[in-house]
Design a protein around this ligand. Structure first.
Ligand code: ATP
Length: 576
């Protein structure tokens, strides 16, 4: 078939070609042959010959205006692109205006802090907090009779700070004040103030106080005040973040309302040490009420309050349960009874007995337990760790009481467990003696000591890792915080230094020389070495007792404290 111009002319003459399309501005023709083939063949500029020959041999020739086609195509593409551009622009504008609307309604909606409508609480619901309640009764008195104080020229506190560990009943107490005084209760958690958008928190604070003033006299309760009330200027991003703006607004609002206008702000925290001093100065949260963990009597009262709605077996003595639960908060005690009720329901019982309470106690102390390992060698190694730690704990005098030992492990533990009830007096006083902390370190090293004695120092395992972490923690505290080392009564690390992340990063944390740092390390190592030798010494002559108890633990998976104590006493009396 023709590829050249002369061949094309010959093909036209021989009738090989059905049609020709002339494209003048590209100087070529599109030729269609009899066999259906199509080809582009170049021609001369302003070629007349091809016109003539095609006419002569009756080959239809059409002329295509490619420029027109191109213009049309360009127009269509241009129009399409413009259309797409306009549509996307209007879509973007609509989306952003919707987002703006959402943001506005979000901040408006979220700043509505509503009055609490749950049931009214009274001081009867707050067990074991008599002292604190007495102080707060004053506030109730003012809320009921504001006129009396006004006439005496006295000013009521604007803000009350409730300080105490989680679950000790701070929220409950604030509600009880509102309930006793029969005034509205506005409650918000400070973390709810702070949102993604800067300024929302401050808006919420404004609205909260606006609503509260409209309903005066009333109580405004701000939970977890430390989440916005931390010292300003300590964040990494400078002082202009949402949290600080919210705090500033809170300070402004607290200054803004006159004393005796009937709004009392009660805030709760378990980190009073991190609060900005501006929050606690007179005129703001100047009254501070400590709510400690309940003591035995208070625990008994709290258990009694929550047992009012639960059918307890006559044999259950709540005082015994108060004795078993040092360190428990009000919320823990409520949870204990609740778990016991769930156990009873699961076993189709209509009343709660001691078995249910024991199960609930184990659950709240140990959490969910997983089965011991089935591999006999590892099980044996873990059993030696547990027995070693237990024996050291029984041989070294602390007032902590051994409860039980078990090959079951709580979640997160590497091995089984040895559970001690901490001494109540120590918890209540919050005072830890040098010998008590040292004993804790020796006990924590009991598992490692047993492994060294029985399996040799090369065969020890990392099963006691958690204990080793405790060992370092306490040894470090002894030297750097409590002044319990040969370096003397010096607190190298103060609490304040470790609170503010921002400050910590920005300043050189260590305030002592490298030489001192080395001496601190040496002291820590010295304490730990002394403690491990002490633990080894206590266990070395008790290998046969350990062997017996390990076998019993493997067989039974759990041993009661009395059994282990008796076995130790028998062993000691037989060897002396
Ligand atoms: P958080 O610091 O975690 O906010 P909180 O100190 O505010 O805790 P609450 O929320 O008041 O503690 O207490 C939780 C639950 O524990 C209460 O609903 C209540 O049932 C129970 N509780 C705590 N303390 C007491 C108490 N003294 N008397 C009766 N119940 C209590």
């Amino acid at each position: 078939m023709s590829k050249s111009y002369s061949q094309l002319l010959r093909d036209i003459e021989s009738g090989e070609i059905i049609s020709i399309i002339l494209i003048p501005n590209r100087r070529e023709v599109l030729v269609e042959f009899i066999n259906g083939e199509r080809k582009l063949i170049p021609i001369f500029y302003n070629d007349q010959k091809i016109l003539r020959i095609s006419e002569e041999y009756n080959v239809p020739l059409t002329v295509r205006d490619i420029q027109y086609e191109q213009r049309l195509a360009n127009f269509v593409t241009g129009f399409g692109l413009t259309l797409i551009f306009v549509l996307s622009l209007s879509f973007l504008i609509r989306r952003s205006s919707k987002l703006m609307k959402n943001m506005q309604s979000f901040s408006a909606r979220s700043s509505e802090v509503k009055e609490d409508e749950i049931r009214k609480y009274t001081f009867d619901d707050v067990a074991g907090l008599n002292e604190e309640s007495d102080e707060l009764k004053e506030i109730v008195h003012f809320l009921k009779n504001p006129q009396i104080l006004v006439e005496l020229g006295a000013k009521t506190p604007k803000g009350v700070l409730l300080v105490g560990p989680p679950g000790t009943g701070k929220t409950l107490l604030a509600r009880a004040i509102a309930g006793e005084a029969d005034v509205p209760f506005f409650s918000i958690s400070a973390s709810e103030f702070v949102e993604m958008f800067v300024g929302v928190g401050a808006g919420r604070v404004r609205d909260l106080f606006k609503n509260a003033k409209a309903k005066s006299p009333c109580i405004v309760f701000i939970d977890e005040i430390d989440s916005i009330g931390r010292q300003r200027g300590t964040g990494i991003g400078g002082g202009n973040d949402e949290r600080e703006q919210t705090l500033n607004q809170l300070l402004i609002e607290m200054d803004g309302f006159a004393a005796n206008n009937g709004v009392i702000v009660i805030a709760a925290t378990n980190r009073p040490d991190v609060l900005d001093p501006a929050l606690t100065r007179p005129g703001r949260f100047d009254r501070r009420i400590e709510i400690p963990l309940p003591d035995r009597k208070a625990r008994y009262k709290i258990l009694s309050v929550h047992a009012r709605t639960k059918p307890l077996c006559d044999s259950v003595n709540l005082m015994d349960w108060a004795l078993k639960t040092p360190g428990f908060s009000g919320a823990d005690l409520q949870n204990l009874l609740n778990e016991a009720a769930i156990y009873a329901a699961r076993n189709n019982k209509s009343i709660i007995g001691s078995i249910e309470l024991f199960n609930a106690l184990d659950k709240s102390r140990f959490g969910l337990l997983s089965k011991p390992l089935s591999d006999p060698t590892k099980k044996k190694q873990i059993a030696y760790q547990i027995i070693g730690k237990t024996l050291v704990a029984l041989l070294i005098p602390t007032k902590d009481k051994l409860e039980k030992i078990s090959l079951f492990k709580s979640l997160g533990e590497l091995s089984g467990m040895t559970y001690f009830t901490p001494d109540e007096e120590t918890i209540d006083s919050g005072l830890l003696s040098r010998s008590y902390i040292y004993s804790k370190i020796v006990i924590s090293l009991g598992s490692r000591a047993a492994e060294i004695i029985v399996f040799g120092s090369k065969e020890v395992t990392q099963g006691s890792q958690k204990d080793l972490e405790n060992v370092y923690f306490w040894a470090n505290q002894m030297v750097t915080k409590f002044g319990f080392s040969d370096l003397g009564p010096i607190a190298y690390d103060s609490e304040k230094n470790s609170i503010f992340l921002g400050k910590d990063i920005m300043k050189n944390k260590k305030e002592y020389s490298q030489k001192t740092s080395k001496e601190i390390d040496e002291q820590i190592i010295g304490i730990v070495n002394k403690a491990i030798n002490h633990a080894i010494e206590l266990l070395t002559d008790k290998v046969s007792l350990m062997d017996t108890l390990v076998n019993e633990l493997i067989d039974n998976e759990t041993l009661e404290s009395e059994y282990v104590i008796n076995s130790l006493n028998n062993y000691l009396s037989s060897t002396t």
